[in-house]
Design a binder for this molecule. Sequence first.
Ligand code: ZN
Length: 482
Amino acid sequence: MSVALGKMVGMEDLETQLGELEQLARRVASEVLGEGASRPLDERALVAVLAATGRVQRLVEAVQIELVGEIDQRNTSPVGEGRLVDRLGCHNVSELVQRATRVSPATAGRLARAATAIRQPVSVTTGEVLPPMLPALREAVRDGVVGLDGALAIAGPLMATGSRAARDALLTADGILAAEARGEGPDAAPPACADLLRVQAQVWAMALDPDGAEPRERRAMHARAFTLGTATEYGVPVRGMLLHEVAAQFQRIADAVMNPRVDSDRVSGVRFVDDSADAPHVPADPRTRAQKQHDVLATALGVAASSELLPTIGGAAPTLVVTVREEDLLGGRGYAHLDGCSEPVAVTAATHAGCAGVVQRVALDARGRIRSLGTEERVFNRHQRRAIAARDGGCLIPGCGVPAAWCEIHHVVEHANGGPTHTDNGVLLCWFHHRFIDHGGWKIRMNLGVPELRAPNWIDPYGRWRPATISPTRLLHGVLRT
Ligand SMILES: [Zn+2]
């Protein structure tokens, strides 16, 4: 019965069938996006409709995977004259798939990888249809149980074992993973999503191929990369591939710098000294995770550069030279230029940079004469740093929580404006608050050697100046006084 049905459907023109499907899909898209048909749906219906789109998508992807496999097969074992892609004016299968379906190169590659795992190759010599690498996965794809994501989640780790896994064992893993995908696994869990399938497939791959870590290690060493792209107006794009342990190290540093709060009510780090009822509530950090990670990298680079542990260039620590016009430096607006960077940076970047010991700032007057050099005298020494750290305890901005060891020292009155490099003029700020102190609305002043803060208007509409610290001695003092 099913064979007869299969033949009957197979004989129908695929293009006509997909044309009908397209008409139907077009109608649905027009109703949902054009007429807002999803707006009156209740929650249950909304999710049901979404789930239905998932089922249709997986089936469409199943057909796509098979078609890409067919194209790939015809391309590698050409019948008649030349390669298929040459006749169609494309460089390779990927380009053909991109042009036909308008997907990205990444998706075209994913379709091709899924096809390799589940297609039924045809023997070049006998014309016989051979079994696929992962037959149970092929059935799951055919039935719309898994789509492209799910197929790759299973196929990726299993196929990576290559010829090192025994065929029988691979088929067992294929069968069990496909059952998990259908929700028919031994633990009777609901159908697994792509992410869970990948985790399970990785466990299987490790069991099938215990020596797999070694070639994987070699591939990882080969693939590791970190490159800076061409500078743009907004910054320099980066791309690359970090080894797991390098990424983990970065994550550890990020955790340490960001000092995540134990519970959201109790803000760790620096607090206002008069932590009474009328002290303003400082809201959570507005930065995105990606922005925070950028700032962690900046912090770590600054710490490394000033650690005196880096190799020297020409007998001196690696020093970044920042050039700025003197009047821009004094006026706090305009541009500065970094040695080795084609794009100008804001003058605030030069101001910030000038506070660190490993950056040399050169200020030029209107004619181009060197007016001032950022020199040792404007860098706080170790003893001053230790004293300031004891007084402030961490980044001075309440709620920030970056510990003292990771902070920079900010000249409250800019050195260029006559501010001395003295403990009475230096406060601890994290890289982020130091760099963007002019943007955040926080104001800092020294009152007889004690730093005081004024919160931005939207946090404290009264705009009161308050001392802030992490030092328990000074906090206690504040409590006793009130
Ligand atoms: Zn901070």
